[in-house]
Design a protein around this ligand. Structure first.
Ligand code: ZN
Length: 486
C-alpha cells in the first residue's frame, strides 16, 4: 500500500517517494520559546508525531528535526520590535538563555505528557549563528540580497523576476505589494515586502552576535532554511508546520534556499490546520489563550473541568489534520468519554479468552486502518474503524459471540499497533506495564477465589469478593470463569 500525502506545494495528494529508499528526512517548525506552551503548540506536534510514528512503522529510518526558535522575534513580523526573549530577560534581569531554558523545559514536559516522541535532532537557532551568517553570504553572492545600514535584506522583487515568490501560499507579488504597507522606520528596506536576513541590533537588544555587517541577529525565516539543510541535506523529503507559517515564513524559506543553493530544498510541504476555541481564533487579546498546563489542571475561567493530555491528543486526532478543530468544553467532554470507551474495549480485548470458533468477523481491521493512514493520515477514519471493532469485542466479552485464538491474536496485535504505536494513545491509569501487572494481580486473586469455591472454602471465596467490592471492583461469575471491572 502506498502512502499518499497532500503536498501543499502541488495542491494535491501525491504518492510519497522519499529521496533515499530507506531514509526519510523530515523538518518541522518547532515552537518559539517565549510565552507559555499553549494549545496551538499541541496540534503540529501531535500531527507530525503521528506521521513520524507511521513512517517508522512503514520501515523507514526517519531523521526528524524540530527546531527551537530562541532568537526571539515577533510572531508575524521578524523585522520589527524588540526581541521578546531579550525584553523579558532585560526586565527580569535574567540571562536570555535562562528564559530559553525555562520555556524549553516546560514545552518538553507538555510534549511528554501528550506522548509526543522527541525528535531526532532539536536544534536551537541561537546555536547556529555561524551557519546562518554563511547562508546570508551565499544569498548575497548570488545577488538576491542587499546590505543597508548594517542589516541585510532579501530582494523579493529581484527574486520574483526569475522565480515565483508566493508559489506555496498561492499569492503573487503585485497583490503583496499592494497589501504591504510601508512602515515607519523601515526606510532602510527598498521594498516593504523585502524581509530581513540579518538585522543590526538596537542598543537595548541584548541578544546579538558579530557578523560582517553589524553586531546583530539573524532574521527568523533564516534559521529553518539553515538548520533544515544542515541536518537533512540540500534537498530533503518533508517540511511541516502549522498553516499559519505558510506565509511568510515558509514562502521565505523557499526563496532563501533557491537563492542560496540554486534549487528548492523540500519535496513535500505539509501543513496542519488551525485550532479555534468556541469558534474564535485563539489569541491573548481575546482572553481565550489557554495553556496546555491550564487544560491539564482545569485552571482557567473558560474551562469547566480539567482535560487530560490523552483527551487533548485524542480530540486532535479525531479530526483530519487538514480540517479545523474547534475546542469547547462540550466537545472535549465528548472526547473524554469516547477515549474512555475505546480503552474499555481495549482492556476487554486483552482479557478475552479464545473459543474454538469465531462467530464474529474481525478480519481486515488492520488493512482498513492502514488504508486510512495511507490516505493522507486519516486518523478519524482509523478511530471509527476501532470503534466498529469495539462492538464485536463487547459482544464477545458479553458472551454473545465467540472468537478463536488466531482471530483474537490478530485483533489484539492490531489494536496495540493502532492505538498505542501509531495514534500514540496510552491508558492514563498508569504506564502500560503497571497496568498489565495490575490486571494480572486482580486475575490472580480471582483465580484463587475460583479454587476456593471449587474446594467449598466459602469463607475465602466470599472474603476475596467482598474485599474487592469494597475497593470498587465489580465481579461477575460466569459459567467458565469470571469477569471484572472497576
Ligand atoms: Zn520554521
Amino acid at each position: 500500500m502506498d502512502l499518499v500525502i497532500y503536498n501543499t506545494l502541488s495542491r494535491k495528494k501525491e504518492v510519497f517517494k522519499p529521496i533515499n529508499e530507506h531514509h526519510v528526512g523530515m523538518y518541522v517548525c518547532g515552537p518559539t520559546v517565549y510565552g507559555d506552551g499553549h494549545l496551538g503548540h499541541a496540534r503540529p506536534a501531535i500531527t507530525f508525531d503521528t506521521l513520524y510514528r507511521y513512517l517508522m512503522h512503514l520501515g523507514y529510518k526517519v531523521r526528524y528535526v524540530r527546531n527551537i526558535t530562541d532568537v526571539g522575534h515577533l510572531e508575524h513580523d521578524a523585522d520589527e520590535g524588540e526581541d521578546k526573549i531579550a525584553k523579558k530577560a532585560r526586565l527580569e534581569q535574567l540571562e536570555p538563555m535562562e528564559v530559553v531554558q525555562y520555556y524549553t523545559l516546560r514545552y518538553h514536559h507538555a510534549m511528554e505528557r501528550l506522548n509526543v516522541l522527541p525528535p531526532s535532532i532539536e536544534p536551537h537557532a541561537s546555536g547556529h549563528i555561524i551557519e546562518q551568517i554563511e547562508f546570508v553570504k551565499k544569498i548575497l553572492d548570488a545577488g538576491y540580497a542587499y546590505e543597508s545600514e548594517g542589516s541585510v535584506y532579501f530582494d523579493v522583487e529581484k527574486y520574483n523576476a526569475k522565480h515565483h515568490y508566493g508559489k506555496l501560499s498561492g499569492r503573487n507579488i503585485d497583490e503583496l505589494l499592494e497589501t504591504t504597507r510601508e512602515l515607519d522606520g523601515q526606510t532602510e528596506k527598498r521594498r516593504s515586502i523585502d524581509f530581513a536576513l540579518w538585522k543590526k541590533a538596537a542598543p537595548e537588544h541584548i541578544m546579538h552576535w558579530p557578523s560582517p555587517w553589524s553586531e546583530g541577529f539573524p532574521g527568523w525565516h533564516l534559521e529553518c532554511s539553515t538548520m533544515g539543510t544542515k541536518y537533512l541535506g540540500e534537498t530533503f523529503d518533508i517540511h511541516g508546520g502549522g498553516m499559519d507559517l505558510m506565509f511568510p515564513h515558509h514562502e521565505c524559506e523557499i526563496a532563501q534556499s533557491v537563492a542560496a543553493l540554486g534549487h528548492e530544498s523540500v519535496h513535500y510541504w505539509m501543513h496542519n490546520n488551525m485550532i479555534t476555541i468556541n469558534g474564535q481564533k485563539m489569541g491573548k487579546s481575546l482572553g481565550n489563550f489557554i495553556t496546555l498546563d491550564q487544560f491539564f489542571t482545569g485552571n482557567h475561567p473558560s474551562l469547566n473541568q480539567a482535560f487530560s493530555p490523552m483527551t487533548i491528543r485524542f480530540f486532535i486526532l479525531q479530526a483530519h489534520y487538514r480540517s479545523t478543530v474547534d475546542f469547547s468544553n462540550d466537545a472535549l467532554a465528548a472526547s473524554e468519554k469516547g477515549l474512555q470507551r475505546l480503552f474499555e474495549a481495549y482492556g476487554r480485548l486483552m482479557r478475552l479468552t479464545p473459543a474454538e470458533n469465531s462467530s464474529v468477523d474481525v478480519k481486515g481491521l488492520r488493512e482498513r486502518c492502514e488504508e486510512a493512514m495511507c490516505d493522507d493520515l486519516n486518523t478519524p477514519i482509523v478511530i471509527s474503524h476501532l470503534f466498529d471493532s469495539a462492538k464485536a469485542i463487547n459482544l464477545v466479552a458479553d458472551g454473545k459471540e465467540t472468537i478463536n485464538a488466531e482471530d483474537l491474536k490478530e485483533l489484539q496485535n492490531t489494536w496495540k499497533l493502532m492505538v498505542e504505536e501509531i495514534l500514540g494513545l496510552k491508558s492514563e491509569e498508569g504506564s502500560s506495564s503497571v497496568n498489565e501487572a495490575y490486571h494480572q494481580a486482580v486475575d490472580l486473586l480471582l483465580n484463587i477465589r475460583m479454587e476456593a469455591k471449587k474446594n467449598k472454602d466459602w469463607a475465602t471465596s466470599d472474603k476475596i469478593r467482598d474485599e474487592l467490592a469494597k475497593i470498587g471492583f465489580v465481579v461477575k461469575d460466569k459459567k467458565d470463569g469470571f469477569e471484572w471491572s472497576l
